[in-house]
Design a binder for this molecule. Structure first.
Ligand SMILES: Cc1cc2nc3c(=O)[nH]c(=O)nc-3n(C[C@H](O)[C@H](O)[C@H](O)COP(=O)(O)OP(=O)(O)OC[C@H]3O[C@@H](n4cnc5c(N)ncnc54)[C@H](O)[C@@H]3O)c2cc1C
Length: 416
């Protein structure tokens, strides 16, 4: 059946290619009115990173060059309702978003207007498989679920005001925020070099400048596809049971040591690989997965600081910050999620040497260490306290052996 007028609502899918709901709307409706609502509840939320918000607003600017778009500012529940009524729309089309706030918002809107919504943000959606709490069995099943085809660039009779988004955030150094650039990055990514070289696509996925479907079909590397599965895994898990957000093992085995936490955030712990990772995060909003693992491990299992503080800090700073994925990973590392090995241990120094054998990454971000030669760049405390202070670096703020204290507290909790 064809409709006369429809509203298409852009949210976390700022693209024209392979956009399920947009393609559906353009095929089924004579006229499509694409709309985007800048929601101050999201823009100015405690855990919103201003850098990420700027990236989103820049992406809107690129989008409006590709499609006639009406940009609104305010509460989407009222605005979408009014917009829909004003144009006398037959249906509202959108791609499903699974967060707590988004799900509630969408159900509220769909009580007053007729909605058609579609799977788009994930490859396999909750409900297509039973809910899994452990990754590997989920992955085995996930691999066999047929993934939808990539849709061509949507073309239809689009009508929009073409107005500009407000300049709410500026000044951050961010990568180009456009669909064309995301597609170019996907093309440049050589999956036969994966995982030595990662895709660098997560911030595009986050706001939908690129779909994971397009990436999945474009690349065949099994390990890369497995990472995309992690994303779906966390989505199916947390959206099936919002109570998991608090963690399944919640005992307060952590402490809140403000000064020590501050040193971690600033990359001043005295452990070069941790400090390099945190400094990169602070400057770029990004950090490679292995470094995210080491820095989060260090916070929760060496500094014994609450994983929720780390999670919030990441969310406030990551360009690709995604509540569900960030949460799942922090719980995995802190041992409070559904993972079976909560006491997983890392050797920070050895891992650092493996990730950065020549110390180039460390020297790029921890300038104080640029003249340190050889493997000592990974263990500068071996230079002696005096030299460390002279070059302006810090002596370690904690002993790596604190992990044993973590285990002791953890086991103590399990026994109670
Ligand atoms: C403590 C911690 C917090 C994290 N927070 C986020 C976050 O907020 N947003 C986010 O997108 N990723 C997060 N990750 C996962 C991962 O670090 C990033 O997705 C990855 O570093 C992005 O780089 P890439 O695109 O080059 O990844 P690639 O290695 O090229 O992987 C391809 C894609 O797979 C997905 N992916 C990869 N690793 C994971 C993972 N462990 N869990 C879920 N999906 C994954 C991402 O969408 C990624 O873009 C976090 C990891 C840790 C350990």
């Amino acid at each position: 059946m064809r409709f006369m007028k429809c509203v298409f609502w852009f949210r976390r899918d700022l693209r024209i290619h392979d956009n399920t709901a947009l393609s559906e709307a353009s095929e089924r409706c004579e006229k499509v009115f694409p709309v985007l609502v800048i929601d101050p509840n999201i823009m100015f939320r405690e855990d919103t990173s201003p850098r990420r918000a700027q990236f989103y607003l820049e992406a809107i600017k690129s989008l409006r060059k590709e499609i006639p778009l009406t940009i609104l500012y305010g509460n989407p529940v009222n605005l979408i309702h009014e917009f829909y009524k004003n144009i006398n729309s037959d249906y509202l089309f959108f791609n499903r978003d699974y967060g707590f706030y988004a799900s509630r918002r969408d159900s509220e809107i769909c009580r007053t207007v007729k909605c058609l919504h579609f799977k788009d943000h994930v490859l396999v959606e909750r409900g297509e498989l039973p809910v899994y709490r452990i990754f590997t069995p989920y992955y085995i099943k996930w691999k066999n679920v047929e993934k939808e085809r990539v849709k061509p660039r949507a073309s239809g009779n689009f009508i929009g005001e073409g107005n500009e988004p407000p300049e709410l955030f500026k000044g951050f150094k961010i990568p180009p925020a456009s669909e064309d650039y995301a597609l170019q990055k996907l093309e440049e990514f050589k999956d036969d070099e994966y995982p030595e070289r990662r895709s660098g696509l997560s911030h595009f996925f986050k706001i939908g400048l690129l779909s994971t479907r397009t990436a999945f079909h474009a690349k065949v590397n099994e390990e890369f596809r497995r990472q995309l599965c992690w994303r779906d895994f966390y989505y199916q898990l947390y959206t099936s049971d919002f109570s998991l957000i608090n963690g399944i093992r919640r005992k307060e085995i952590w402490e809140n040591k403000e000064e020590i936490f501050k040193a971690w955030t600033e990359g001043k712990t005295g452990y070069p690989i941790v400090d390099a990772g945190m400094r990169e995060l602070n400057v770029t909003g990004l950090m490679e997965n292995k470094l995210r693992l080491l820095t989060s491990y260090f916070l929760t299992k060496v500094l014994l600081i609450d994983w929720r503080k780390g999670m919030e800090y990441f969310m406030k700073n990551l360009l690709d910050g995604d509540f569900v994925i960030n949460l799942g990973n922090w719980q995995w590392i802190a041992g409070v999620g559904t993972d079976m090995r909560p006491l997983r241990k890392f050797n920070i120094v050895e891992q650092g040497k493996r990730i950065d054998p020549r110390g180039e990454y460390i020297k790029k971000w921890v300038e104080e260490l640029r003249d340190v030669e050889g493997p000592l760049v990974h263990e500068p405390w071996k230079l002696g306290k005096e030299r460390v202070i002279k070059i302006g670096y810090v002596t370690p703020i904690a002993d790596l052996g604190s992990y044993d204290e973590f285990v002791r507290r953890y086991k103590g909790y399990m026994e109670t």
